[in-house]
Write a protein that binds this ligand. Structure first.
Ligand code: SF4
Length: 417
């Protein structure tokens, strides 16, 4: 086990990228005994969650074992993934997150807004490879600061990036076998309604509840759409509208361990109120030479395992995902930490957010998942527990979900087109 050396739970060094992301404390008390005393159905408190995420290596096996036991009660024997194509509709973005390699300014090398023809070409190629998800990832409202994007949208015939996204979701829904899953950033109540009409689920990473990261020099400096209060409002609005929602946290961007727990608790609280969180992603920051945070330390393996395990224990009945390409080669270890989903894996398109980290070959992922005693199953972008409600809607979306969902709500085995 890699040991992390760093700060305490309350220590904060968010005004600079040069920080260590975690500190592992010797608890001095037996986490194992306390875990054994947790009664089924009793939510884990903030204080206990904080002690769990700080646990030392001696207590780690007990933490992981408790997370595995919770997963076994929730979804025994099966690990899921979504076979997808990644559609970077536009990489122009009005935000400047310190860890982002995806975004571009107009005129910058690689800046691109996809045409409808490009969207369809990739979606159809994915269809031939058995994909069932069209993941639309894009920058947040670039037309607000870039006249070039306003020109592009005018040329395409749309008023805003969200109008264009809505049309492309509809195009994919109508013309291919894929189901859209949009990730467009902050959304108003009206836009959640509109996108929910053309997609069975959608997503927005909460990332963190720490508004300290908006400070000058921190990861979300000059990223107005990363204000945690605004992101929580979008997730809450999705809850009010019963939209199956994917969210999660990004670890290692300058937050404290207490921030991580608070982020998980904020997600738990919204899920308790609305029951709409279908999946919590635990994503780890990876440093890249071209980003402002190039020299920031990455979370270590121990960070990931503790955060994933605590996420599982705080939300025992929510799907917990960790991206395998950002954690290679430690797939087995993540399974040991209680995750039950590998997220979207594409046999066709690269991970445009982390292009230097290729997705694993599906056969390799299957072998390694099975070596831990699990079956690897393909799911749809909407998880099985949310599928019946969305599939009961009249119209094309409902019809497609009926056709694509197996009796257990996962993806029906389909021959490639
Ligand atoms: S992470 Fe998202 S919001 Fe931030 S700069 Fe990149 S594309 Fe924009």
């Amino acid at each position: 086990m890699i040991r992390c050396i760093g700060m305490t739970a309350e220590a904060s060094n968010v005004t600079s990228f040069a920080m260590t992301t975690t500190g592992l404390l010797s608890s001095g008390s037996s986490i194992s005994a306390e875990l054994a005393d947790v009664r089924p159905g009793t939510p884990i408190s903030r204080d206990f969650g904080l002690r769990l995420i700080q646990c030392g290596d001696d207590d780690l096996p007990a933490l992981l074992s408790a997370a595995r036991a919770a997963r076994a009660k929730f979804k025994p024997g099966v690990i899921t993934y979504s076979r997808k194509v990644f559609l970077p509709l536009t990489n122009l973005c009005r935000d400047y997150c310190g860890y982002c390699t995806f975004r571009r300014d107009p005129g910058q090398h690689g800046a691109h807004t996809m045409t409808p023809e490009e969207v369809l070409t990739i979606a159809r190629a994915g269809e031939k490879l058995g994909c069932t998800e069209a993941l639309f990832s894009l920058g947040d409202k670039p037309e607000l600061i870039f006249p070039e994007m306003r020109d592009t949208l005018r040329h395409l015939g749309y008023k805003s990036t969200l109008h264009y996204l809505e049309a492309m979701c509809e195009l994919v829904l109508r013309e291919t076998r894929l189901l859209p899953h949009p990730n467009p950033g902050l959304l108003s109540a009206e836009w959640i309604t509109r996108l929910a009409a053309v997609s069975p689920s959608m997503g927005l990473m909460l990332e963190t509840t720490s508004s300290d990261l908006l400070a000058p020099g921190a990861a979300h400096d000059n990223a107005p759409d990363k204000d945690p209060a605004k992101r929580l409002r979008t997730i809450e609005e999705a809850g009010k509208q019963n939209v199956p929602f994917t969210t999660g946290l990004l670890i290692g961007i300058g937050e404290t361990l207490a921030d991580r727990i608070d982020t998980l608790l904020a997600i738990r609280e919204l899920h308790q109120r609305y029951g709409h969180i279908q999946e919590v992603i635990v994503q780890n920051f990876r440093a890249k030479p071209e980003i402002p945070m190039a020299h920031a330390p990455e979370p270590c393996q121990g960070d990931m395992l503790r955060t994933a395990a605590v996420a599982r224990l705080l939300m025992p009945n929510v799907n917990i995902q960790a991206p395998p390409n950002l954690n290679a080669p430690y797939y087995e270890e993540l399974l040991d930490a209680g995750i039950n989903d590998w997220g979207g894996i594409s046999p066709l398109t690269p991970d445009y957010i982390n292009p230097e980290k290729p997705w694993p070959h599906l056969e390799q992922l299957r072998r390694r998942t099975e070596s831990k005693g699990f079956q690897l199953r393909q799911r749809l972008p909407v998880y099985p527990e949310f599928l019946p409600k969305i599939a009961s809607r009249p119209g094309l979306l409902g019809d497609k979900l009926h056709a694509m969902g197996a009796s257990d709500g996962l993806a029906r085995e389909m021959r490639a087109a």
